[in-house]
Design a protein. Sequence first.
Length: 224
Amino acid sequence: MEEASNGIRLKHWRAVGHGPNKFAIECMLDEIARDQGLDPLDLRRKLMDKAPRALATLEKVAEISNWNTPSANGRAKGMAFVEHGSLGTGVCEISVDRSTGNIKVHHFWIALDAGVVVQPDNVKAQMEGGIIMGMSSVLKEQITIVNGRVQQSNYHDYNLLRMQDVPDSIETVILESAEVPEGVGETATPMVACAIANAFLRLTGKPLRHLPFSPERVLQALNS
């Protein structure tokens, strides 16, 4: 097999390959649902028919996010499922500034099955931190290389998510379980990109297929 070269050394991200892989899989599902005239929730219900634990996270997050209640004007919700030891489904609600291309995440809801949970507060902290890290990576962070040189040198030119950009709320519901305890540190981050992209698709009818979702890429998608 021929090896692909990017010209620079790459290393895995938090959750290893789940970030890019879940972005591709979960966004593809929503594009299929849109093409077939299905609610993304209903499509996932069919696919999870023989996976009751996964399905339970889907049903719970649909409940706590009021999935079936339309969002306020100018907002939309998107969902994504991740299995990384623990099972989790996330829903976010976003709006888009169509003049600047900035995406604002207003709320994030997560339903999690991690087996037996020993320290629930720590689990919730891990999920909240994972969501914020994912948002920072998806909406703000980017390394650019010109003529072999990295252009960013410190935080004045490498953007991170700021306090004013975090969601108004991040709500995690931990499902009761007697199953073997599973890890939670890498479950939240991979669901962020796909949930945001799926909300964007629902709001605008346009897909976002390249990370990060910089204002330039968002405006390009809106105008395509």
